[in-house]
Design a protein around this ligand. Structure first.
Ligand SMILES: [Zn+2]
Length: 179
């Protein structure tokens, strides 16, 4: 990973070894203008840590990255008179990812701007789409459980166990009753 990081273009931009037009930076995230982008104002939002693909980015950081992308999208509307923005990720080589460092593209859009991110809608058979639905659902069951920020261990921390389904429901009912 270290060798890959040294050769990574994005890491070199983050470490200012390659000059860039930086438009935002905080402790985790940096955003720069893509000088060879689709249109002037095309931005890259990236984690300062070297994560090649989105699956490797911790939940906390992915949240931050999309928050920043959203704010940059707003800034593009306000400052550049955009009529829309495209916010997208090329994840993996077949998806068009060209640099092994996860980035979010935020692209200012105007009607008939010639930026092509479109595909032809197709008609799938019921069988085809149901098979995909089943396969996906098998893997999306626990999608709602996100990594939490690590808490400092407390002295004499009580042993925790996951709630049972009954307890879970009871808790949810209690919550619903609160004003
Ligand atoms: Zn990198």
């Amino acid at each position: 990973m270290k060798a890959a990081k040294t050769a990574c273009l994005v890491c070199q931009i983050i470490e200012s070894k390659i000059p860039s037009k930086k438009i935002y930076e905080d402790e985790l995230v940096m955003a720069v203008l893509d000088v060879n982008g689709a249109v002037p104002g095309h931005c890259f939002v990236m984690p300062k840590t070297h994560y090649p693909i989105i699956e490797q980015v911790p939940d906390k950081e992915i949240g931050k990255l999309f928050q920043v992308s959203n704010k940059i999208s707003s800034a593009i509307f306000e400052s550049l008179g955009a009529q829309g923005t495209s916010i997208f990720v090329a994840n993996g080589i077949p998806a068009g990812q060209t640099v092994a460092h996860f980035t979010i593209n935020v692209i200012p859009r105007k009607e008939n701007d010639g930026v092509n991110l479109q595909w032809q809608p197709k008609q799938f058979s019921e069988e085809e789409i149901s098979t995909v639905e089943l396969k996906l659902k098998e893997h999306t069951k626990n999608i709602g459980y996100f990594e939490k920020e690590e808490k400092k261990p407390r002295a004499h921390a009580p042993k925790t166990r996951p709630f049972s389904e009954e307890e879970d429901e009871h808790f949810a009912n209690q919550m619903r009753r609160l004003p």
